[in-house]
Design a protein around this ligand. Structure first.
Ligand code: UDX
Length: 436
């Protein structure tokens, strides 16, 4: 008989996982405490922007396999329960806040049937899975717990769930692995590497991967700082070192650095956990990675001040991009929005444009000015800051934009615009990490 699944927490990760598991043929019940979110999802509306997931959600609901509810007792029928709730940075420190993870496991415990498996997917500090498993041994001894970290990237969430580059499962026994193999059978059949680990290793894989990615980005941004000091060009440097297959050319895009709901908080939580474990020194370097990352934002502000004036109150600055990366409406810890807000706080008149992120950005910074039309956003600007590399910004016509602004000054915070094209249209262009 086909397994029945529940997905607890229907945010980015949970909504994606629920729709994707349904598309594999499973009956899936998505549960969340947020009634508004559940109502929206039940109507087939996605509460966030993710390419391809909107249509998948609608088609899976139509099959009748995928349903959503706020009633936790609805999980009673399911054999496997995926925990997909958030683990944000806690308000009083660097550590991850485990409130939602603990509450979810406690909420489903009374309804777990004999032999069912709880599978954590949330990113958690190492040791959490064992702690939850111990708790479950008391509240629902007939159930088991495994950990199955998720590596999905926003903008590629469906692809990364259905055709991931690996599946990692942390299990305490063969039975848990067998159940997970049954769930992921269609994905395994594609040749996806399967890695069985113990619970702590599975938890660590996720934070290690994100720490490595963050390190790669901060490494190239550190090189950008050196290039600026030495008169070099970081884009050429990145291309040249990237040809070495041991280094690789991906995640070497220098610019204003990483943001989003994962990388920044994951490296901080990892440091906090290492300290608790007595391994603080091992992850000291991540503090530097974080610092380099935040410095990249400051460098843009420094360039603006150096070029316009220390006193920004008379200047109008158009910011292109609010989301932490393109093809997403996520503004969590967005470097672009952070820079916009800092310039605004410094007295500049800042107008922010973004193809998808204006509403979430407005919620976060209601005092910033937003414009839906890029041509209106740049009108009479003293400087344009390109901070999120949406495709439509690469397609802008520098000559036409030049007619609208007050001063043809562009800062490319992502090193993605064609500098020659802009320069040929009479623009002064400053790109991070490039001195010519
Ligand atoms: C990340 C991980 O990639 C994913 O595996 C994990 O599961 C969740 O966290 P995501 O947050 O969607 O995914 O974003 P990602 O594509 O990794 O980009 C993170 C940030 O780094 C973005 O702000 C992006 O603009 C920045 N970045 C990325 C760079 O500045 N330079 C690069 O070369 C690559």
């Amino acid at each position: 008989m086909t397994l029945k699944l529940s997905v607890v927490g229907t945010g980015y990760l949970g909504a994606t996982h629920a729709a994707c598991m349904s598309s594999l043929g499973f009956t899936v019940i998505g549960v969340d405490t947020d009634a508004q979110k559940i109502a929206q999802l039940s109507r087939g509306e996605l509460p966030f922007y993710e390419p391809g997931l909107d249509t998948l959600l609608v088609s899976e609901i139509k099959t009748g396999r995928l349903t959503f509810t706020t009633d936790f007792s609805a999980v009673a029928d399911a054999d496997v329960h995926f925990i997909c709730v958030g683990t944000p940075q806690s308000k009083d420190g660097l550590a991850a806040d485990l409130t939602y993870v603990k509450a979810s496991v406690a909420a489903i415990a009374p309804y777990l049937k004999n032999g069912s498996l709880v599978v954590g997917k949330s990113t958690v500090p190492v040791g959490t899975a064992q702690m939850l498993r111990d708790q479950l041994a008391i509240s629902a001894p007939h159930a088991d717990l495994a950990w199955n970290p998720e590596f999905l990237r926003e903008g590629f969430a469906v692809e990364d769930t259905l055709t991931p580059n690996r599946l990692v499962v942390g299990v305490a026994n063969d039975r848990a692995e067998t159940i997970l193999k049954e769930v992921y059978a269609p994905v395994i059949a594609l040749g996806t590497p399967w890695i069985r680990a113990d619970l702590p290793t599975a938890e660590l894989v996720k934070v290690a991967a994100n720490s490595f990615l963050a390190t790669k980005i901060s490494f190239i941004n550190a090189m950008a700082e050196v290039c600026e000091a030495a008169g070099g060009d970081v884009t050429v440097l990145a291309k040249a070192i990237g040809y070495d297959p041991r280094i690789g050319n991906r995640f070497l895009q220098a610019g204003i650095g990483f943001g989003g709901g994962c990388l920044p908080k994951d490296i901080r939580a990892f440091m906090a956990r290492a300290e608790e474990l007595g391994a603080k020194q091992a992850l000291e370097f991540l503090r530097e990675i974080d610092q380099i990352n935040l410095r990249a934002r400051q460098r843009v502000i420094d360039v603006v001040r150096a070029d316009l004036s220390e006193d920004l109150t008379k200047y109008r600055i158009a910011v292109l991009g609010a989301t932490f990366k393109p093809d997403s409406d996520d503004v969590r810890d967005s470097p672009a929005l952070d820079i916009a807000a800092q310039l605004h706080a410094a007295g500049a008149k800042v107008i922010v444009h973004d193809p998808k992120g204006i509403e979430p950005a407005r919620k976060r910074f209601p005092t910033l000015a937003f414009e839906e039309d890029v041509r209106v956003a740049v009108k009479d600007a003293d400087a344009i800051l390109h901070l999120t590399e949406w495709k439509e910004y690469r397609e802008l016509d520098p000559a036409a934009i030049g007619q609208l602004v007050k001063s043809k000054f562009l800062i490319d915070g992502r090193n993605m615009l064609d500098r020659d094209k802009w320069r040929n249209a009479g623009w002064r262009v400053h790109a991070l990490g490039r001195t010519d």
